[in-house]
Design a protein around this ligand. Structure first.
Ligand SMILES: Cc1cc2nc3c(=O)[nH]c(=O)nc-3n(C[C@H](O)[C@H](O)[C@H](O)COP(=O)(O)OP(=O)(O)OC[C@H]3O[C@@H](n4cnc5c(N)ncnc54)[C@H](O)[C@@H]3O)c2cc1C
Length: 482
């Protein structure tokens, strides 16, 4: 099959019913028509349609053995391959201004990297190496949409998974039989879980298990429609309002869900690691999956920072505040954020090298710096939108008001310096959906946490960064007599 279309994405979702709970009800019928998922599913479909747009086909896909595949499945062998894959990532990221963090490229590149590093999985069991290679081929062929879940439920963080009151709170192995491994317990959180074809149940990059955590240590992939697998959604932030009223939430509300495993059978051919805590701890780093994921994230960050720059400057222009020095400084802060992210990206490409598995791999240091910086940057950029928009972010009547008898008031009092009231209203509603709505606030939380706990990520950066040359320089200086 290869690169799929939007219609194929929707058709597959609807033909594979999964257990999704939202607002106290189980989703019945076609998930693509459910009000909580309709908007984002259409946005996802548009991304897949780009793969078949004659003007974009070569940018979004590559050819192998007469078949076209989505470019994020490609194994990059050269820097040109990396940059080509990057252009595809940027186009997808720009389509949602980076508000959809989980476009499929995020996990496609992880599976690609893991399959090339299959020897790592063989260290646990030779069959697992074959499983991850086969899974890559299958996922690429089907152009699967993947979600993942890494983190255990937030019950008691003072103790490990095995020390919780109930040993089956955190998802764990409960049985093994001829057909596969049976999993019971829960994981959080799966962004896009309900609208993905399959879920990767992988170890966290920051939660380290010990030998006693063997039953909690695994990596596997199963279809979202697997019996016993249940997604429990949070409240949807797509309230069914128009694009005028909720310009972002009505399009890009990705949804996050808790994942429950009610004695879920994972077939043996879908197991990639099992009961090997140490290998699980190192999975993302040793296979370099985290590097390719962080590279995709950086494209998303650039798209997002560029959007916030455009938004801020549009506000400045609309209400005539560009002459104030602190306003210029605030917009300049966004420019700095954008240019910093772009520089990290260039550095990661310029210093890319072939890894031990023959994959052209971006340099980790700039990507690691970027992924640690952006969780602090993004909340500040949103704060700048609040500071510049001020009360304008609350003077935002809805589309219904525009259609009502008070339209005259709106046209008179909500016009901008050089734009009409409707245009200004659309702009400020966009700013509100970015900086104040439940959708906008979820974006801030997402950026703070989605790659892991920022506190422990900083710790990991500190511990893993080679500081010896810097320290040696200081020591040399101190040893100088003159
Ligand atoms: C919007 C959103 C979407 C997400 N999507 C996904 C997804 O698709 N897939 C997925 O797997 N995960 C996802 N996550 C989860 C994400 O990986 C976690 O939020 C992150 O790893 C932090 O874990 P936690 O939320 O359990 O926080 P906790 O670990 O419970 O931390 C809570 C607080 O306690 C502190 N703390 C806890 N333990 C320690 C410790 N040992 N040392 C120091 N401080 C500690 C933390 O610093 C933090 O301040 C998502 C999160 C968000 C917010």
């Amino acid at each position: 099959m290869g690169a799929k279309t939007g219609a194929e994405y929707i058709g597959r979702l609807d033909s594979q019913p999964r257990e999704v709970w939202i607002h106290g009800e189980r989703v019945e019928g076609q998930i693509s028509e459910h009000p909580a998922f309709r908007g984002v599913i259409r946005s996802m479909a548009r991304l897949y349609d780009m793969q078949h747009d004659p003007a974009l086909r070569d940018e979004m896909t590559y050819e192998e053995n007469g078949q076209r595949y989505g470019l994020s499945w490609m194994i990059p062998r050269t820097r040109e391959d990396l940059e080509r894959r990057g252009r595809m990532m940027r186009r997808w990221a720009k389509a949602s201004f980076g508000m959809m963090g989980r476009t499929s490229d995020y996990l496609n590149v992880a599976i690609m990297a893991m399959a090339q590093a299959s020897a790592y999985f063989a260290g646990n069991d030779p069959r697992y190496a074959e499983n991850i290679r086969n899974y890559y081929e299958y996922a690429r062929e089907q152009d699967l949409t993947l979600t993942h879940t890494l983190i255990s439920p937030q019950v008691n963080r003072a103790v490990s998974a095995s020390q919780q009151k109930d040993p089956y709170i955190v998802a764990r192995v409960v049985d093994k039989n001829a057909r596969g491994v049976v999993i019971r317990g829960a994981r959080l959180l799966a962004t896009q879980g309900p609208i993905a074809d399959e879920i990767l149940v992988f170890p966290s990059t920051v939660l380290r298990g010990g030998p006693e955590d063997a039953p909690y240590s695994f990596a596997f992939a199963i279809p979202s429609s697997t019996p016993g697998l249940r997604y429990i959604c949070r409240e949807s932030f797509d309230y069914g309002r128009s694009h005028f009223d909720h310009p972002l939430a009505s399009r890009f509300e990705e949804m996050d869900a808790v994942v429950v495993f009610d004695d879920v059978l994972v077939p043996w051919d879908r197991v990639f690691l099992l009961e090997d805590a140490e290998r699980c701890n190192n999975l993302h780093a040793a296979t370099h999956a985290v590097v390719h994921m962080a590279y995709q994230v950086l494209h998303k960050n650039i798209a997002k920072a560029e959007f916030l720059l455009g938004l801020a400057e549009s506000i400045v222009d609309a209400i005539g505040i560009g002459q104030f020095q602190h306003v210029q400084e605030k917009v300049a802060e966004i420019i700095l954020a954008l240019e910093t992210m772009k520089a990290f990206l260039r550095a990661s490409e310029a210093d890319a090298e072939l890894d031990e598995y023959g994959v052209m791999t971006p340099a980790w240091a700039p990507l690691n710096a970027a992924r640690n910086l952006f969780p602090k940057t993004y909340p500040r950029l949103v704060e700048i939108i609040q500071q510049l928009g001020a009360s304008g972010l609350m003077a935002i009547p809805t589309e219904a008001d525009v259609q009502s008898p008070i339209r005259g008031d709106i046209e008179k009092y909500l016009q901008g310096r050089n734009i009409g009231a409707i245009e200004r209203l659309k702009l400020f509603r966009l700013a509100w959906d970015t900086a104040l709505s439940s959708f906008g606030n979820r974006q801030v939380l997402y950026e703070r946490f989605f790659f892991g706990d920022p506190v422990r990520m900083y710790g990991a950066l500190y511990q893993s960064y080679d500081k010896s040359r810097a320290v040696a320089r200081v020591r040399e200086f101190l040893a100088q007599e003159e």
